[in-house]
Design a protein around this ligand. Structure first.
Ligand code: DC
Length: 222
């Protein structure tokens, strides 16, 4: 059988990527990979094991043996513990972004990410899904939004989850993470040359999902 089709969504955090990728996966009946969650789980697990975040070799060794489960309802379990909230704290934001810059970590996560590719298809969401991990994807999207809009969205998300957050801190942290994600030497955040770019600053989730579904249909038709 030929390989399952993949559709990728890349871009900085809080562009609506996760929600949009989830809706599109549901519409198409495809599997979903939130690759950022893999970096986050690894960050959390390594922190708990007191591994030095600069030690790429130790991080890479830990990755394949992590007992992680991605549940159909979006929950994430690490050794029977629900870590869905624990991987979204400021500490893990920061740590995940740091370890994502380590070449050994990116290499160790490659086979893990590609393992999610299954019939009838996969929606893969992250930073380098279209450019590196699934460079043969059928359709690639790159979502952007202004940093102010993204900070406001992240603020609302955290408040809705019952986690405290200050808007100026979020803005500053997003800017720092953008810089790190864009400037790292390996797989920097960058749009694949064949990706469709969508600025979501002024659009609702529904509008973007609609545009994405039309683009996928056009690509399949043509
Ligand atoms: O999308 P997110 O905020 O959950 O991602 C967490 C961190 O992982 C973020 O700093 C960027 C990094 N990441 C990455 O480098 N490559 C990916 N494919 C996904 C996430």
């Amino acid at each position: 059988m030929s390989e399952a089709p993949v559709i990728t969504f890349d871009g900085p955090s809080a562009t609506g990527k996760g929600t949009i990728a989830g809706r599109v996966a549901e519409n198409l009946g495809y599997h979903l990979l939130d690759s950022g969650a893999l970096y986050r789980v690894l960050a959390l697990a390594s922190h708990r094991r007191k591994i030095d975040p600069r030690n790429g070799a130790a991080m890479a060794a830990l990755a394949p043996e992590l007992p992680v489960e991605f549940l159909p309802d979006g929950g994430i379990r690490l050794q029977e513990e629900d870590v869905s909230i624990a991987i979204r704290t400021g500490l893990v934001d920061e740590l995940a972004s740091r370890i994502a810059a380590l070449p050994e970590v990116r290499k160790a996560l490659l086979p893990w990410q590609r393992d999610f590719r299954r019939q009838p298809g996969l929606i893969a969401e992250g930073r380098d899904m279209g450019a590196v991990v699934f460079s043969d994807a059928t359709v690639k999207f790159f979502l952007t939004a202004s940093v102010e809009v993204r900070a406001n969205r992240r603020h609302k998300q955290l408040i809705d989850k019952g986690l405290g957050a200050r808007l100026p801190d979020l803005l500053r942290d997003l800017q720092a993470r953008d810089r790190r994600d864009e400037q790292r030497s390996i797989s920097p955040l960058r749009s694949a040359s064949d990706a469709i770019e969508i600025d979501t600053s002024q659009s609702s989730i529904e509008q973007v999902v609609d545009l994405v579904m039309r683009s996928i249909a056009a690509k399949r038709g043509g």
